[in-house]
Design a protein around this ligand. Structure first.
Ligand code: PAP
Length: 274
């Protein structure tokens, strides 16, 4: 509500959007590195000493270091992140010409990632029953609304204004990261020059932001990001496996088939396949 009333969108804002557990940490690292590549060299890069979740603030998650006033103070062009569905965006932003990058992911992997995440942050709590959590996910219980509705809202925006909304899939990016780093740079209005291509700058971006590299940095392994009663968010919680298809190690074949069927039905006629 506070965000709806007070947030002032700017036409040159860049907004990174995803359902939780679709790869926000990775997208934040990539966007920050691509946009600021003329300011920092790779050997002394802020991502070597700062968690990727902290280099780009969420629009709707306020804590000690982040509030509406701080968002106001950021220089343009701002890069902000959000998990909010498009229908809940502050009007000034939804109607602006800001650029949006939406990152989606295959829902079985999203569910497994979320189940691990929630088990890890709930301290002193019994392990969340996988089947109970699974049935709730299938029924649409997710922190930002049903998984498919969220994705379809942005898919619709992408189809209406493709030059404003770049729609990406985690799996595609994992299989061809360099190609997507090049597309992101172009979309942000800072394409790689010929010289940068020759020097392999786009490949350096991929390497710096890779799961292997980031998850092995001390800054992303040790310490807490925040603590609230029995919710403890450790820095390492954002890095688990970073793999495509890990769901098979946790869900039965039947569960997989059930979720696939729901996804197929929900996305039917949209042209989107996950
Ligand atoms: P959030 O929704 O809380 O912001 P988010 O970063 O979207 O978290 O999701 C975390 C997932 O991204 C984890 O997936 P997993 O549980 O299946 O392993 C995490 O491992 C993965 N991830 C984090 N950083 C990277 C990266 N650099 N490259 C690829 N995947 C990553």
């Amino acid at each position: 509500m506070r965000l709806q009333n007070s947030f002032k969108g700017r036409p040159d804002d860049i907004i990174l959007v995803s359902n939780p557990k679709c790869g926000t940490t990775w997208l934040k690292a990539l966007a920050f590195t691509i946009i600021n590549r003329s300011r920092f060299d790779f050997d002394h890069h802020p991502l070597l000493t700062h968690h990727p979740q902290l280099v780009i603030p969420f629009m709707e998650i306020f804590n000690g270091n982040n509030d509406l006033n701080n968002l106001e103070k950021l220089p343009s062009p701002r890069i902000l992140a959000t998990h909010m569905p498009f229908s809940l965006w502050p009007e000034s932003l939804a109607r602006s010409s800001c650029r949006i990058v939406y990152l989606c992911r295959e829902p079985k992997d999203v569910f497994v990632s979320r189940w691990h995440f929630e088990n890890k942050i709930l301290v002193g709590h019994h392990k969340i029953d996988l089947e109970v959590a699974f049935n709730m996910f299938c029924e649409g219980f997710s922190p930002y609304g049903p998984f498919w509705d969220h994705t379809l809202e942005y898919w619709k925006e992408h189809n209406t204004t493709a030059d404003r909304v770049l729609f990406l899939k985690y799996e595609d990016m994992m299989s061809e990261p360099t190609k997507y780093v090049v597309s992101l740079a172009k979309f942000f209005g800072v394409p790689f020059s010929e010289k940068e291509h020759e020097d392999g700058v786009h490949e350096e971006v991929v390497r710096l932001c890779s799961f292997e590299n980031l998850s092995n940095l001390q800054i992303n392994q040790i310490g807490e990001m925040s603590r609230m009663k029995n919710l403890v968010l450790e820095r390492s919680t954002f890095f688990r496996k970073g793999k495509v298809g890990d769901w098979v190690n946790h869900m039965s074949h039947e569960m997989g088939k059930k979720l696939d069927k729901i996804t197929e039905e929900k996305l039917k006629g949209s042209g989107l396949v996950l």
